[in-house]
Write a protein of this length. Structure first.
Length: 231
């Protein structure tokens, strides 16, 4: 078995240091949930997508927003509802008219999927038809509209939250959709001590914001180049 080279070990050390700093900054805002945060960060640094499952009110959305802030990533959010359409996610072509010549042409208007970190909030509250709008982007990092293909920004992650399937108004995720996710993380209720700390922070006048953490070239963290995540 080949032994790791010194540059590889150095990059691993830098990645581990950055991971510890990100965890520290996330806990400025998030109380507890150590295993959840560790698994979520593992999925992101591996270049994969992740599902967070838990009942409403457990700070799943806040956790994803905080992660994007710590990693200095462009953040986008889609609230999945039963009336959401695929074009509301990917974007669509509209007719654009040149005011000088009067010529008309189709112009692509990008949807909210064109971001670095996309929060698919309550993804299982929209029908599978709309959920499928994410399939190409999650697998190929691009979106097709008409005869053209549009590359998504790099890096690109989908972090989805979903409510337990036993709750009313939810739809099961198709197997093809589940296959796009690297990990599924269960978010549990906080402990009584953690609830008291959450209460103390939420009623305090001090609102300390997490600081961005430098982790190298984040554009190289992605599905097609996971080995470069440590560069």
């Amino acid at each position: 078995m080949n032994q790791p080279l010194a540059p590889d070990l150095e990059r691993l050390a830098k990645l581990d240091e950055a991971r510890k700093k990100i965890l520290e900054q996330i806990h400025v805002r998030i109380v507890g949930q150590h295993q959840v945060i560790d698994e979520l960060l593992t999925a992101v640094l591996a270049g994969g997508h992740c599902i967070l499952e838990g009942v409403p009110g457990l700070a799943k959305t806040l956790l994803v927003q905080t992660l994007a802030q710590c990693m200095s990533l462009d953040f986008g959010r889609i609230q999945f509802t039963p009336d959401l359409m695929p074009a509301d996610i990917t974007g669509t072509e509209v007719i654009s008219e040149d005011r000088q010549t009067g010529a008309r042409e189709f112009k692509f208007v990008p949807g909210p999927i064109f971001t670095n970190l996309l929060l698919a909030d309550e993804i299982n509250r929209t029908p599978p038809k709309t959920q499928s709008a994410l399939l190409q982007g999650m697998q190929e990092r691009q979106v097709s509209c008409g005869a053209k293909h549009y590359d998504l920004p790099a890096p690109f992650f989908v972090l989805a939250t979903q409510n337990p399937i036993e709750q009313e108004g939810t739809y099961p995720l198709p197997e093809a959709q589940l296959d796009r996710f690297l990990m599924k993380v269960m978010v549990r209720y906080p402990t009584p001590d953690e609830e008291r700390e959450i209460y103390r922070q939420s009623t305090s006048a001090d609102d300390e914001a997490p600081q961005p953490v430098e982790i190298g070239n984040t554009k190289r963290i992605g599905h097609h180049d996971r080995d470069a995540a440590m560069a």
